[in-house]
Design a protein around this ligand. Structure first.
Ligand code: HAM
Length: 462
């Protein structure tokens, strides 16, 4: 090989990217904490049967998309294709059910791997931020998970989305439905793709989300799950729907939503979002109830509901809506030694500032004032701290505000106080602007708005 390149479907995250990812993830962590979740971390690889059992023999993920290999002791290992199975395995294996207060609420954030055909918004290493709640079956629990998603999206600044929701019923509903589907498809098997022929035998529900066949009339005219739901499942979905309405969630019931993982039961949902010009990267998040999985993995019978965001897609949508525009690397001070005799003292000042919690860097190369000042601006520092031979002699520094160009010479002892004072004033100013400034959604200008009218920033009020 004469060139080393990224494996297909993977990404390098450079500082300009990690800045955005850290921003997204810190907001998602805050929202998760608001809803009482705590973090769990499980391995990135597991024994293969965990996924064949839970995600399911009939799913595309297990059939075509898993990264499975034998390790050096001939164990079959799989890079996790999703997060739920590992979390539930850890819950059962660590016997958390013996000491849990239900609902147990867990969140996780990490990569999952699927051998899918890469395209815009579709990767082979995917960052999922997911949530699982264990132990409670109540429409409030399902609604709570969806409202967690809604709150998270609000905090992220994503407004353009729609939640689609459906019920795929309990076991009884689904068994009746599967029989009806088999009957429907039995005389038309030859018109379906090869995969669907297998799906027909394994789990005819999977035919409904086949990427090849789903547009065919035979699939469109298939019986609907809603006609096979037990009274209980129907009532359950309706109860969740009433709660969503109560909180004015933007949702729609979609009869065709069945979800591609086998562990689901009753309520399932997906969150769809679009770019400004209508581009669709696929769902930005999805989940549902899974009341049988804990038991199937060897634990007690405990109902669960959860969901996961695709962080990569959240980021694409946020980029499209310019949510990151104001996000910059933040840096407090750039220390500029002028002349070789200043370097040691400048380095001492740098360490002193860092010790006081200020983010600092300095120039070791003794470049010209101009070159150093350029670096300070590039790093987006608030202050340049200039140290020449006078400053060394007097044990002072020259503090220069990079934006206002204001500068004063102060002793090292006064330095921290001066900087703190500046940041406190900045916070006060921002607070006052928020209180009295333009409240138009489109901008963050400092203009005063007069009630319902436009301020002179020329943005329209909604
Ligand atoms: P999922 O629908 O397979 O559900 O994946 C969740 C989200 O991960 C998707 O909505 C999407 O945003 C993102 N995602 C999936 N595949 C890709 C891909 N190839 N490229 C980019 N993003 C992708 C689950 O994995 C369930 N474990 C969710 C869950 C948790 N259900 C209950 N608890």
């Amino acid at each position: 090989m004469d060139k080393y390149t990224l494996p297909r479907g993977t990404q390098d995250f450079l500082p300009e990217d990690t800045r955005k990812l850290n921003y997204i993830e810190s907001i998602l962590v805050d929202a998760a904490h608001l809803f009482g979740f705590e973090e769990i971390r499980t391995p990135i690889f597991e024994h293969t049967p965990l996924f064949t059992r839970s995600v399911g023999e009939s799913s595309d993920i297990v059939n075509k998309e898993m990264y499975t290999f034998l390790d050096r002791s001939n164990r079959s290992i799989t890079l996790r294709p999703e997060g739920t199975a590992g979390v539930i395995r850890a819950f059962v294996e660590n016997k958390l059910y013996a000491k849990s207060d239900y609902p147990l609420r867990l969140y996780y954030n990490g990569p999952v791997f699927r051998y899918e055909r890469p395209q815009a918004g579709r990767y082979r290493q995917i960052q999922q931020f997911g949530y699982e709640t264990i132990g409670i079956k109540s429409p409030y629990m399902d609604a709570d998970i969806i409202l967690l998603a809604v709150s998270s999206l609000y905090m992220l600044g994503i407004k353009n989305y729609k939640i689609v929701i459906n019920s795929i019923g309990d076991k009884e509903s689904r068994n009746k439905y599967k029989e009806a589907l088999k009957e429907h498809f039995t005389t038309h098997l030859d018109t379906l793709c090869e995969d669907c022929k297998r799906r027909y035998e394994q789990n005819p529900l999977r035919i409904l989300d086949c990427k090849i066949d789903s547009d065919k009339d035979i699939v469109k005219n298939a019986p609907k799950i809603k006609d096979y739901l037990t009274e209980e499942s129907k009532e359950y979905l309706n109860a969740v729907i009433s709660l969503l309405k109560m909180f004015e969630v933007n949702f729609e019931v979609d009869d065709n939503l069945v979800r591609g993982l086998d562990y689901y039961s009753d309520v399932v949902f997906e969150i769809l979002s679009y770019t400004k010009d209508g581009k669709d990267y696929g769902a930005i998040g999805a989940g549902g109830r899974y009341d049988y999985l804990v038991e199937e993995i060897g634990g007690p019978s405990l109902p669960c509901v959860g969901f996961a965001f695709g962080v990569d897609r959240l980021r694409l949508i946020m980029e499209d809506y310019n949510v990151f525009d104001k996000l910059q690397g933040e840096f407090d001070c750039y220390v500029m030694p002028i002349g070789e005799e200043s370097l040691t003292y400048a380095y001492q000042v740098t360490q002193y500032l860092r010790g006081n919690g200020l983010r600092c860097d300095l120039d070791f190369q003794l470049r010209s004032f101009r070159a150093q000042f350029k670096s300070a601006q590039k790093k987006n520092a608030t202050f340049a701290i200039i140290i020449g031979s006078d400053e060394v002699k007097n044990q002072t520094v020259t503090l220069k505000n990079i934006q206002t160009k204001e500068q004063f010479t102060v002793s090292v002892n006064e330095l921290i106080e001066k900087i703190d004072q500046y940041f406190q004033e900045l916070v006060m100013r921002q607070y006052q602007e928020n209180e009295h400034g333009c409240d138009c959604e489109n901008c963050d200008c400092d203009h005063e708005s007069d009630g319902d009218h436009e301020c002179n920033c020329h943005h329209h009020h909604h």
